[in-house]
Design a protein around this ligand. Structure first.
Ligand code: DQA
Length: 142
Protein backbone atom coordinates (compact mmCIF):
# COMPACT_ATOMS: atom_id res chain seq x y z
CA UNK A 1 0.00 0.00 0.00
CA UNK A 2 1.11 3.51 -0.78
CA UNK A 3 0.80 6.52 1.52
CA UNK A 4 1.28 10.07 0.23
CA UNK A 5 2.99 12.45 2.68
CA UNK A 6 2.34 16.01 1.51
CA UNK A 7 3.89 19.11 3.02
CA UNK A 8 2.85 22.69 2.45
CA UNK A 9 4.47 26.13 2.41
CA UNK A 10 7.67 26.98 4.26
CA UNK A 11 8.22 23.42 5.43
CA UNK A 12 11.20 23.24 3.04
CA UNK A 13 12.88 25.60 5.55
CA UNK A 14 12.55 23.25 8.53
CA UNK A 15 15.73 23.03 10.55
CA UNK A 16 16.36 26.77 10.45
CA UNK A 17 12.77 28.03 10.49
CA UNK A 18 11.70 29.12 14.00
CA UNK A 19 13.38 26.07 15.57
CA UNK A 20 11.95 26.93 19.00
CA UNK A 21 8.52 26.15 17.49
CA UNK A 22 9.26 23.58 14.79
CA UNK A 23 12.42 21.86 16.06
CA UNK A 24 15.85 21.37 14.51
CA UNK A 25 15.06 18.50 12.20
CA UNK A 26 15.03 19.23 8.48
CA UNK A 27 12.32 18.02 6.12
CA UNK A 28 14.88 15.55 4.75
CA UNK A 29 15.32 14.19 8.29
CA UNK A 30 11.54 13.79 8.60
CA UNK A 31 11.40 12.12 5.18
CA UNK A 32 14.04 9.59 6.29
CA UNK A 33 12.18 8.91 9.58
CA UNK A 34 8.94 8.36 7.66
CA UNK A 35 10.56 6.03 5.13
CA UNK A 36 11.94 3.88 7.94
CA UNK A 37 8.64 3.77 9.83
CA UNK A 38 6.66 3.08 6.66
CA UNK A 39 8.98 0.20 5.82
CA UNK A 40 8.33 -1.32 9.24
CA UNK A 41 4.58 -0.95 8.63
CA UNK A 42 4.83 -2.49 5.15
CA UNK A 43 3.90 0.79 3.44
CA UNK A 44 5.43 2.65 0.53
CA UNK A 45 5.66 6.43 0.72
CA UNK A 46 5.53 9.31 -1.72
CA UNK A 47 7.00 12.32 0.15
CA UNK A 48 6.63 15.82 -1.31
CA UNK A 49 6.65 19.52 -0.39
CA UNK A 50 5.23 22.53 -2.20
CA UNK A 51 4.84 26.22 -1.47
CA UNK A 52 1.91 26.33 -3.92
CA UNK A 53 -1.68 25.62 -2.91
CA UNK A 54 -2.76 24.33 -6.33
CA UNK A 55 0.12 21.89 -6.50
CA UNK A 56 -1.05 20.39 -3.20
CA UNK A 57 -4.56 20.09 -4.70
CA UNK A 58 -3.10 18.30 -7.75
CA UNK A 59 -1.20 15.88 -5.52
CA UNK A 60 -4.35 15.05 -3.53
CA UNK A 61 -6.00 14.17 -6.86
CA UNK A 62 -2.97 12.06 -7.78
CA UNK A 63 -3.30 10.16 -4.48
CA UNK A 64 -6.80 9.11 -5.58
CA UNK A 65 -5.65 8.23 -9.11
CA UNK A 66 -2.90 6.02 -7.68
CA UNK A 67 -5.32 4.44 -5.21
CA UNK A 68 -3.31 5.52 -2.16
CA UNK A 69 -4.30 3.95 1.15
CA UNK A 70 -4.06 7.31 2.92
CA UNK A 71 -2.56 10.79 2.77
CA UNK A 72 -0.62 12.49 5.56
CA UNK A 73 -1.11 16.21 5.02
CA UNK A 74 0.76 18.99 6.78
CA UNK A 75 -0.78 21.85 4.83
CA UNK A 76 1.11 24.37 7.02
CA UNK A 77 -0.49 27.85 6.75
CA UNK A 78 -2.95 26.65 4.07
CA UNK A 79 -4.51 24.57 6.85
CA UNK A 80 -6.07 27.76 8.16
CA UNK A 81 -7.13 29.32 4.85
CA UNK A 82 -7.74 26.77 2.13
CA UNK A 83 -11.26 25.83 1.15
CA UNK A 84 -9.66 24.36 -1.99
CA UNK A 85 -7.79 21.81 0.10
CA UNK A 86 -10.93 21.06 2.13
CA UNK A 87 -12.88 20.45 -1.08
CA UNK A 88 -10.10 18.28 -2.52
CA UNK A 89 -10.03 16.11 0.60
CA UNK A 90 -13.80 15.66 0.36
CA UNK A 91 -13.53 14.92 -3.36
CA UNK A 92 -10.91 12.19 -3.35
CA UNK A 93 -12.38 9.69 -0.90
CA UNK A 94 -8.89 8.80 0.35
CA UNK A 95 -8.54 9.16 4.13
CA UNK A 96 -6.39 12.14 5.08
CA UNK A 97 -4.53 12.39 8.38
CA UNK A 98 -3.87 16.03 9.29
CA UNK A 99 -0.37 16.54 10.69
CA UNK A 100 1.31 19.46 12.48
CA UNK A 101 4.65 19.71 14.23
CA UNK A 102 3.38 22.37 16.63
CA UNK A 103 -0.03 22.49 18.29
CA UNK A 104 -1.89 25.23 16.39
CA UNK A 105 -4.69 25.28 18.96
CA UNK A 106 -2.32 26.67 21.62
CA UNK A 107 -0.92 29.36 19.27
CA UNK A 108 -2.36 32.50 17.68
CA UNK A 109 -6.10 32.60 17.23
CA UNK A 110 -5.81 32.65 13.42
CA UNK A 111 -4.37 29.12 13.65
CA UNK A 112 -7.38 27.78 15.56
CA UNK A 113 -9.50 27.18 12.49
CA UNK A 114 -8.48 24.18 10.38
CA UNK A 115 -10.18 23.66 7.03
CA UNK A 116 -8.14 20.49 6.58
CA UNK A 117 -9.41 19.22 9.94
CA UNK A 118 -13.03 19.62 8.81
CA UNK A 119 -12.56 16.70 6.42
CA UNK A 120 -9.62 14.80 7.93
CA UNK A 121 -10.04 11.26 9.25
CA UNK A 122 -7.69 12.08 12.13
CA UNK A 123 -5.35 14.81 13.37
CA UNK A 124 -1.94 14.45 15.00
CA UNK A 125 -0.26 17.62 16.24
CA UNK A 126 2.13 19.05 18.79
CA UNK A 127 4.60 16.16 18.85
CA UNK A 128 7.28 17.70 16.62
CA UNK A 129 8.62 15.33 13.96
CA UNK A 130 7.08 12.48 15.93
CA UNK A 131 3.64 13.72 14.77
CA UNK A 132 4.44 12.20 11.36
CA UNK A 133 5.31 8.83 12.91
CA UNK A 134 2.11 8.67 14.96
CA UNK A 135 0.16 9.78 11.88
CA UNK A 136 1.71 6.95 9.85
CA UNK A 137 0.59 4.48 12.51
CA UNK A 138 -2.93 5.91 12.27
CA UNK A 139 -2.81 5.71 8.47
CA UNK A 140 -1.71 2.06 8.66
CA UNK A 141 -4.64 1.20 10.92
CA UNK A 142 -7.31 2.97 8.83
C1 DQA B 1 2.28 23.91 11.01
C2 DQA B 1 1.38 24.84 11.83
C3 DQA B 1 0.83 25.95 10.97
O1 DQA B 1 0.01 26.82 11.75
C4 DQA B 1 1.94 26.78 10.37
O2 DQA B 1 1.42 27.73 9.48
C5 DQA B 1 2.98 25.95 9.71
C6 DQA B 1 3.36 24.67 10.29
C7 DQA B 1 2.98 22.86 11.90
O3 DQA B 1 3.43 21.85 11.37
O4 DQA B 1 3.09 23.06 13.12
O5 DQA B 1 3.59 26.38 8.72
O6 DQA B 1 1.46 23.22 10.07
Amino acid sequence: DIVFILNGPNLNLLGTREPEIYGHQTLADIEAMCAEKAGALGLQTVFRQSNHEGELVDWLHEAKERDAKAVLLNAAAYTHTSIALLDAIKAIGVPVVEVHLSDPETREEFRHISYVGMAAAATVQGLGAQSYIVALEKAASL
